[in-house]
Design a protein. Structure first.
Length: 556
C-alpha cells in the first residue's frame, strides 16, 4: 500500500542534536545539508503511488523520497548497492540528508532498491510513462529556478552509450540463441530436443564449436548452426504458448529473420554481412541494443542531453535514451515538442544545436512555436569558395522569384517552379559584369540562366547569417554542453552500467543526470556562500576602516 513519508522533523532526542556544536557545524557545511534543504523536500512521492497497491490492508511501502534520494546519492559517489546501504547505516551524513538520523532502523535494504527499480520499469512497459524521467526533470526545473535560469536558452548534444553486453561474432550469436532455446526445451520436455542439438548440453561444447574453429571452417560451422536453428524453430512452432511466447523463442525467430534468407529451393541461407541491418540482434542478453558505426562501431544506445543555461551556470532539464540508430534529427523533433508543451505561448526560446539537429522545414515549424533553431554548422558539402553563393541573388518575398543578380542586374525572365528559382539574364549584361568569373550562372543559347532550389538558396542564406559576429557569439555558448558526454563517461561511468536493456539503462541514466545536476547546484551554493562571506568581511572591513578614518580626523 502506498503511504507518504510524513516523518521529516527532528526531535530533541535526535543524535545530531546530541552532537557537540563543532560537529554539527561540520555536518551542516557538507553536501548533506544542501541535499537535505534543496533536493529531498522537492521529491514528489505521489507520482509513484501508481506502482503500489491501493489495498489499505497491505503492508505500507518504504518511503519513496528516501529511495529516490538514495539512488541519486549512489550516483553522486559512484557506489554499488552494497556500498550505498553500508554508507546509509554507518555514515550519519547519509542519514542526515534523508532525515533518518532518529530512526531505530534504517528503512532501506538492497532488495528495496531492486524491487523499486523493477516496479518502475514494469510500469513503463505497461504504460510508456517513465516516472524517473518525470521526477528528474521536475527536480531540474526546481534547481534551475533557484539558480535564476530563465529557460530562454537551451543547448543540445547527444552521446553514444555502450551496452554492457559482449560483442559477439555471428557464430557466437547463433550458438547463444540456439542454446537458450534448447535449455527451455530441456526444462519443458527434453525428448523434444532434436538429436543433433543434444550436444549443446554437453560440457565444453561451446568452446569446441566456436573458439576452436579455424577460419576456413567458420562458414561451414555457421551453416551447421543455422540448420540447428531451423530445426529448433520447426520443433517449437508446433508447441503450445509456453514455448512460442517465451522470450528465447522470439529471439530465435528474430535472429533467423536478421541473419538468413530463403533461397529458390525454400532453404535458409546466411545473408552476406552487408545485408544484415543495424537493427539486427547483437546479443540475446540485450535485445534492445543496436549497432551504429560512428567514429568506431558502437553496440548500445544514444543519449540526448538538453541543457538550460544562463551566463553563470546551467542545468540538464531534459534527457532521453534510445537505440543508437535514433538520429539527432528525430531527437530535435522530440525536444521541440517537449519545449513547446512546457513553455508559455508567448515565450521565445533559443535552441542551440549542431548541424545534425537542423533542417529548414523543422526550423520553420519550430518558429511557429517561438522556438528558434540555431545550428553551429550545416550538414552536407560546403559550397566552393571560388563561386558566389546563391544568397547573393535578391528574391521578391511576395512573388517568390529572383529579381536581381549580385551585381544588381534584373533578369529578362524569372519564375519559381517545383520549389526552384529560375532566372534568365541578358548575355550582353553578363559579359560586362565584373563578377562574371565568380558567378554560378550557366551560359545557354539565348540567355545566361540560373536555376537553384529554394533549399539550396536558404542554406546559403543560413551560412551567410552564421558568419556574422552576433551569430558566432551565440554559437560559442554551445561549447559547454559538448563537455557533458566526457563528464558522464569519466565521472559517472555511463558506458559501464552493470545492467542490460533500454528501459533499465534509461533509469540508471536518469539518476546519473540527477546526480550531475545536484553537483552543479552544490557548486553554485558554495560559490554563493563564499561570495556572501566575502561581502560580509568586506562590509566589516569598511565599517572599521571608516571608524578609524573618522577618529583620525577628530584627532587632527
Amino acid at each position: 500500500m502506498f503511504c507518504k513519508n510524513n516523518t521529516q522533523q527532528t526531535t530533541f532526542l535526535d543524535p545530531v542534536a546530541q552532537m557537540p556544536k563543532y560537529l554539527q557545524n561540520i555536518l551542516k557545511n557538507c553536501w548533506a545539508q544542501s541535499f537535505r534543504d534543496y533536493v529531498f523536500p522537492q521529491i514528489n512521492e505521489e507520482r509513484f503511488s501508481v506502482i503500489y497497491s491501493s489495498n489499505h490492508a497491505s503492508r505500507p511501502n518504504t518511503p519513496i523520497n528516501i529511495i529516490i534520494a538514495l539512488l541519486m546519492i549512489k550516483e553522486i559517489f559512484q557506489q554499488t548497492d552494497e556500498e550505498l546501504i553500508g554508507s546509509l547505516h554507518f555514515d550519519i551524513r547519509y542519514q542526515y540528508a534523508l532525515y533518518t538520523t532518529a530512526y531505530d532502523k534504517q528503512p532501506v535494504s538492497i532488495n528495496t532498491l531492486t524491487n523499486f527499480r523493477n516496479r518502475v520499469i514494469e510500469y513503463e512497459q505497461l504504460t510508456g510513462i517513465d516516472l524517473i524521467k518525470l521526477e528528474v526533470e521536475v527536480l531540474a526545473a526546481s534547481a534551475a529556478k533557484y539558480l535564476c535560469i530563465d529557460n530562454k536558452k537551451v543547448r543540445v548534444d547527444s552521446l553514444m552509450v555502450s551496452s554492457s553486453c559482449k560483442k559477439l561474432s555471428r557464430l557466437e550469436l547463433v550458438y547463444s540463441v540456439n542454446y537458450r532455446v534448447i535449455k527451455d526445451l530441456n526444462e519443458y520436455n527434453n525428448s523434444l530436443i532434436p538429436e543433433e542439438c543434444l550436444t549443446y548440453l554437453e560440457k565444453g561444447n561451446k568452446n569446441e564449436t566456436i573458439y576452436r574453429t579455424q577460419d576456413l571452417e567458420a562458414t561451414s560451422k555457421l551453416l551447421t548452426l543455422l540448420r540447428h536453428s531451423e530445426m529448433l524453430y520447426d520443433t517449437c512452432s508446433k508447441l503450445d504458448s509456453i514455448i512460442t511466447n517465451s522470450e528465447n523463442y522470439q529471439l530465435l525467430v528474430r535472429m533467423l529473420q536478421d541473419q538468413t534468407t530463403i533461397d529458390e529451393n525454400n532453404k535458409l541461407t546466411p545473408k552476406v554481412g552487408k545485408e544484415i541491418t543495424s537493427t539486427s540482434l547483437q546479443n540475446p542478453t540485450d535485445p534492445d541494443a543496436t549497432f551504429r558505426f560512428k567514429y568506431t562501431g558502437n553496440i548500445g544506445y544514444v543519449a540526448n542531453i538538453v541543457e538550460t543555461f544562463n551566463d553563470d551556470t546551467s542545468i540538464i532539464t531534459d534527457y532521453d535514451l534510445k537505440p543508437n540508430i535514433y538520429s539527432d534529427s528525430r531527437f530535435s523533433d522530440d525536444v521541440i515538442k517537449a519545449i513547446s508543451e512546457k513553455k508559455k505561448a508567448d515565450e521565445k526560446i533559443q535552441m542551440i544545436t549542431d548541424g545534425a539537429y537542423y533542417e529548414q522545414e523543422k526550423s520553420k515549424e519550430a518558429l511557429k512555436q517561438n522556438i528558434e533553431l540555431i545550428p553551429g554548422e550545416l550538414v552536407g558539402r560546403k559550397p566552393s569558395t571560388d563561386k558566389l553563393d546563391y544568397s547573393k541573388f535578391a528574391v521578391d518575398k511576395e512573388k517568390n522569384i529572383i529579381i536581381s543578380c549580385p551585381n544588381g542586374a534584373e533578369p529578362e525572365e524569372s519564375y519559381n517552379k517545383s520549389n526552384a528559382y529560375t532566372a534568365k539574364f541578358s548575355k550582353d549584361i553578363c559579359e560586362k559584369c565584373p563578377l562574371k568569373n565568380k558567378c554560378p550562372i550557366k551560359s545557354q543559347k539565348k540567355f545566361n540562366t540560373i536555376s537553384v532550389s529554394e533549399k539550396r538558396r536558404n542554406n546559403d542564406l543560413q551560412r551567410e547569417k552564421m558568419s556574422q559576429s552576433e551569430y558566432i557569439e551565440i554559437i560559442n555558448q554551445r561549447a559547454d554542453v559538448e563537455g557533458i558526454p566526457s563528464v558522464l563517461r569519466r565521472r559517472y561511468k555511463i558506458d559501464n552500467m552493470p545492467i542490460l536493456g533500454l528501459l533499465r539503462s534509461k533509469l540508471w541514466v536518469g539518476f546519473k543526470i540527477a546526480a550531475y545536476n545536484f553537483k552543479k547546484l552544490l557548486v553554485n551554493l558554495l560559490k554563493n556562500t563564499a561570495d556572501a562571506l566575502n561581502k560580509f568581511f568586506i562590509a566589516i572591513f569598511l565599517v572599521f576602516y571608516n571608524i578609524f578614518k573618522l577618529n583620525k580626523l577628530k584627532l587632527e
